[in-house]
Design a protein around this ligand. Structure first.
Ligand code: NDP
Ligand SMILES: O=C(O)C1=N[C@H](C(=O)O)C[C@H](O)C1
Length: 279
């Protein structure tokens, strides 16, 4: 079997760099030496180990993509860019018939789904690629479907802490809100408490100093109306390696859907998990 050609977009950003390293280590995939990059990037290349990757700025991508696509049939694009880029990037992928994995959070998520469906695109879209967190989401979805209003009238607090440079509120926490809502909890994503201050992260949260520049800590606390019962769920991730395996599974899943001739469909990481793509 030929390796799946993969273009990681968002280099030289933090997560794109980690994911690209995971792709390079996977014999079933071929990391292409190109990456769509952002408007602030003024270097022409970045290096992953010894491999130079050409960085394609937004104004150059329309003229470059056709040749890349022709040279690499079956190309899968993987997007870990910036919340402000989500919708325009999805439109770009759909315009050029590029199936994509969208790991980037933020943007208008409803519009994102519509773009794919209305334009016959194909995508896996998920705010979190970590398989254990995806599994936790699936558990919460099951609880919401099976026991609607299980936590009716409970008070919810959501606290999340990420590296100071994170541009948006946790997309994972926002997704989790939908399950709590379906379990009867009144809560708006604006109520998510986000921490971006490294001093408080180290001294109050206990984030290890070496991970202040890259961590994703989330705690969901439910308190009963009379205050006698409290339920707490946490997932605390240091570094970014955890996202590599799930992203590779999403790429393999999407490549299979392309081979099956699917079009106009959006899949989540829960779909990837259910398909047995995560092992
Ligand atoms: N789904 C998941 O499992 C995970 C998702 N994420 C998400 O991934 C995203 C990236 O995070 P992170 O790497 O920390 O962010 P960084 O800011 O480190 O990197 C983002 C990179 O994307 C570039 N960029 C901006 N606009 C575009 C564009 N239009 N096309 C291509 N590249 C662009 C930026 O360039 P410039 O400097 O010019 O803006 C920058 O180099 C976030 O949305 C984050 O929430 C993170 C971890 C896991
Ligand atoms: O920006 C990050 O780092 C992360 N972003 C995702 C999110 O917003 O949910 C996933 C994880 O929290 C790390």
């Amino acid at each position: 079997m030929n390796p799946i050609p993969v273009m990681i977009n968002g280099l030289p950003g933090n997560v794109a760099r980690v994911i690209a390293t995971h792709i390079m280590a996977d014999a079933a995939m071929q990391l292409l030496p190109f990456s769509l990059t952002g408007p602030e990037i003024d270097i022409a290349h970045c290096h992953l180990a010894e491999t130079p990757i050409a960085l394609i700025r937004p104004e150059a991508r329309e003229e470059r993509i056709a040749a890349i696509k022709t040279a690499h049939p079956g190309l899968i694009s993987v997007d870990f860019t910036h919340p402000t880029a989500v919708n325009a990037n999805a439109e770009f992928y759909c315009r050029f018939g590029l199936p994509f994995v969208m790991g980037t959070t933020g943007g208008d998520r409803d519009a994102l789904l519509r773009t794919v469906v209305d334009n016959g695109g194909l995508a896996v879209i998920a705010p979190n690629m970590a398989k254990q967190i995806v599994g936790f989401q699936a558990m919460m979805a099951h609880a919401a479907d099976t026991f609607p209003n299980l936590f009716q009238n409970y008070q919810l607090t959501i606290r999340e802490s990420h590296q100071a440079g994170k541009a948006d509120t946790s997309g994972t926490a926002k997704a989790m809100v939908t399950y709590f809502n379906r379990m009867g909890v009144a809560f708006n994503t604006d109520q998510i408490q986000k921490e971006r201050d490294p001093e408080r992260q180290a001294n109050q949260w206990g984030v290890p100093p070496e991970h202040l520049g890259g961590h994703a800590w989330h705690t969901y606390t439910l308190t009963s109306p009379d205050g006698t019962a409290r339920f707490e769920f946490s997932h605390n991730v240091n570094g970014r390696d955890i996202y590599g395996e799930g992203t590779r599974d999403a790429i393999r899943f999407l490549a299979r859907k392309v081979a099956d001739g699917e079009k106009g469909r959006v899949y989540s990481m829960v779909d990837v998990l259910k398909a047995g793509g995560i092992g």
